[in-house]
Design a protein around this ligand. Structure first.
Ligand SMILES: Nc1ncnc2c1ncn2[C@@H]1O[C@H](COP(=O)(O)OP(=O)(O)OP(=O)(O)O)[C@@H](O)[C@H]1O
Length: 614
């Protein structure tokens, strides 16, 4: 190809859309373009270091791994150069002309749907390079790949419709980005302004940064330093830079261990949860290093999937540099490191929750689903995670929460089960007839009100040796409770139960006198192997042909006036008694959230009213 050949390309439609957003609406904070470009330069040199450990054949292998930024106030340009891996012609087209990141697509969609997003979230979604167009009306990317057959090229664009690629004779390995600043933003060609920006955003980048020939940053791997030598500001700055985060970290774990494996880890827990804000599934955020060399920025097999919200760095000198991304997932060593770290992280949550329950509670509100996902998917952490769950109970005030450990600490002597009830809200759960007997006996009941709770509790099964028992289900053994008021005799009760069974037929599996009721005449229990209303609804949502007749166990309250009257009426006015029996069942089903078709109920109700009015 001759020197004069110019290849013209148009941007992919999505890139144009993205550029439009980046330039016109996204950032109020234009200055972060520098951080984004420094970050790319640093990523590229980290990749080179890794390639160096396996490849002999690297173009200009001896070039120093440094970032050089130069300003020219007269020409109104800023230039940032690195000696990283550079790009081939194909890579230029692919990396700077199309959107590869699924995260970026999600980001765009979310922007469109919601019309806004926190401005500084952009770095998270891999649109970093395009931020150059916030400050520049022309960007040139000169580059030479590390591959020996690479070309010396320059990519040029005004950030509007497309770009051109032509040759750039003499370009060294790496990337040199020249930005011609927009008229009104010439301030970014002032050295003092840039110096301040580098110090603010990029001070601990792992490579030396020079500004107009003068060294600016201190190179340090923060995770290898002593805790006592690191300030809160440094931690925060590291989190935001290295983890491409835009919020404040809510918790932090910085530790090192020598045996059985050498590990230095610096882990952060964010304070905002993008998944909850409608973004796609977060990608693993803990990078794996070996002696300061980045092995993998988002290793899949290191931590369990549910821990994807934590971010940071794990460095282990025991990991061989030439481990490939493919074999890493199966590596016993990586698994072992992951297991040590995930245990430490869970332990950290436990300690933090104890130290500052209010803070933990606020955090939990946003991140609880990860813990619940962990219980359902990560068998080895299930029990440890159970300690992190929080919920309201019949003994907590509305709005206050506690954990299983608090519950177990309060149980009465001899109570072998942990009782819970699933429902849509505290109010709904509290007004249900299931609660009565437990309240009367002073037994604490946990209220699970998140849609996924039922599934999670089923996975859990028990806590601290105590079985988790749904009080909606039959088969819960309660001790006798001396209830107030006259009761039907045993004989009368049996006769009434038989009558009800006869009248209600297949709709009930059994009718018995129960110990559960205090104020209600009758209650419908889901058989111990039956489906709760929540699961039933879920099944229906998933399968429109789902049919499964509701069958319940009925318990009657032999002290309730209505039940006593029914016992009389079955002999004196059987016709009315039959109607009442059917209606009582429907009432119980309504209270249980299990009535599926109310047409007969309404007709019968009307007939009963008519009778009552004579
Ligand atoms: N200095 C550079 N050296 C080599 N390749 C680069 C450089 N800058 C950008 N690239 C390439 O261009 C791609 C796009 O860069 P961009 O900043 O838009 O996203 P990203 O860096 O991949 O995403 P993120 O910002 O989330 O890390 C990069 O993935 C990389 O392949």
């Amino acid at each position: 190809m001759s020197d004069t050949t110019v290849e013209k390309h148009s941007f992919q439609a999505e890139i144009q859309q993205l550029l439009d957003l980046v330039v016109h609406s996204l950032y109020t904070d234009k200055e972060i373009f520098l951080r984004e470009l420094i970050s790319n330069a640093s990523d590229s040199m980290e990749k080179l270091r890794l390639i160096e450990s396996t490849e002999k054949d690297i173009h200009s292998a001896g070039l120093p791994l440094e970032i050089h930024i130069t300003t020219d106030a007269e020409a109104k340009t800023v230039t940032i150069a690195d000696h990283g891996i550079g790009m081939t012609r194909e890579e230029l087209v692919k990396n700077l002309g199309t959107i590869a990141h699924s995260g970026t697509k999600a980001f765009l969609k979310n922007m469109k749907d919601s019309g806004s997003t926190p401005g500084n979230m952009i770095g998270q979604f891999g649109v970093g390079f395009y931020s150059a167009f916030m400050v520049a009306d022309e960007v040139k990317v000169h580059t030479r790949s590390w591959r020996n057959d690479g070309e010396e090229l320059v990519w040029t664009s005004d950030g509007k419709t497309g770009y051109e690629i032509e040759e750039s004779p003499g370009q060294e390995r790496g990337v040199k980005i020249v930005m011609h600043l927009k008229e009104e933003l010439s301030e970014y060609s002032e050295e003092t302004r840039l110096k301040h920006l580098i110090e603010t955003y990029s001070n601990f980048v792992g490579f030396p940064i020079f500004l107009n020939g003068k060294r600016i940053n201190e190179v340090e791997a923060l995770w290898l330093k002593n805790k006592s030598e690191i300030s809160e500001e440094e931690y925060k700055a590291f989190y935001q830079f290295a983890c491409k985060a835009w919020d404040e970290p809510s918790y932090r774990l910085h530790f090192s261990a020598d045996a059985p494996i050498a590990i230095n880890a610096l882990i952060f827990v964010p304070s905002e949860n993008p998944e909850r804000m409608g973004f796609n599934k977060t990608e693993a955020g803990v990078a794996l290093y070996s002696k300061k060399v980045l092995i993998d920025a988002d290793p899949k097999g290191l931590l369990p999937d549910w821990m994807r919200f934590v971010k940071g760095v794990v460095d282990s000198a025991d990991i061989p540099l030439n481990i490939s991304r493919e074999t890493m997932q199966d590596s016993a060593l990586v698994k072992k490191i992951g297991s040590v770290i995930s245990k430490r992280i869970i332990k950290m949550f436990e300690k933090e929750a104890e130290a500052d329950p209010d803070k933990y509670r606020a955090f939990y509100k946003k991140f609880d689903r990860y813990f619940k996902e962990g219980i359902a998917t990560d068998y080895s952490s299930k029990d440890a995670l159970a300690k992190l769950l929080r919920f309201e109970t019949s003994l907590t005030d509305a709005g206050s929460v506690c954990g299983f450990a608090d519950y177990v600490g309060r149980v009465k002597d001899g109570q072998e089960s942990i009782y819970y009830l699933v429902g849509g809200s505290r109010e709904q759960v509290e007004s249900s007839p299931y609660i009565e007997a437990f309240k009367a006996r002073g037994l604490e009941v946990i209220y699970f009100t998140d849609a996924v709770d039922e599934y999670v509790v089923e996975q859990l099964g028990e806590f601290d040796g105590k079985k988790l028992v749904s009080i909606r289900h039959g088969g819960v053994d309660l001790e006798d409770h001396s209830a107030e008021g006259d009761s039907l005799t045993e004989e009368q009760t049996t006769a009434l139960c038989d009558f009800l069974k006869e009248e209600l037929g297949d709709r009930v599996t059994s009718v018995a006198s129960g110990k559960r009721l205090v104020d209600s005449p009758i209650i419908a229990l889901v058989p111990s192997d039956g489906m709760s209303p929540q699961i039933r609804q879920m099944m229906k949502a998933m399968d429109e042909n789902f049919k499964d007749e509701v069958k319940v166990e009925l318990e009657i309250n032999p002290r309730h006036p209505l039940v006593k009257k029914l016992s009389e009426a079955k002999d004196s006015n059987p016709e009315l008694a039959k109607l009442v029996a059917l209606q009582l069942l429907d009432n119980a089903l309504i209270a249980a959230g299990l009535l599926e078709d109310a047409r007969d109920t309404v007709k019968r109700m009307n007939a009963l009213i008519e009778k009552a009015m004579g």
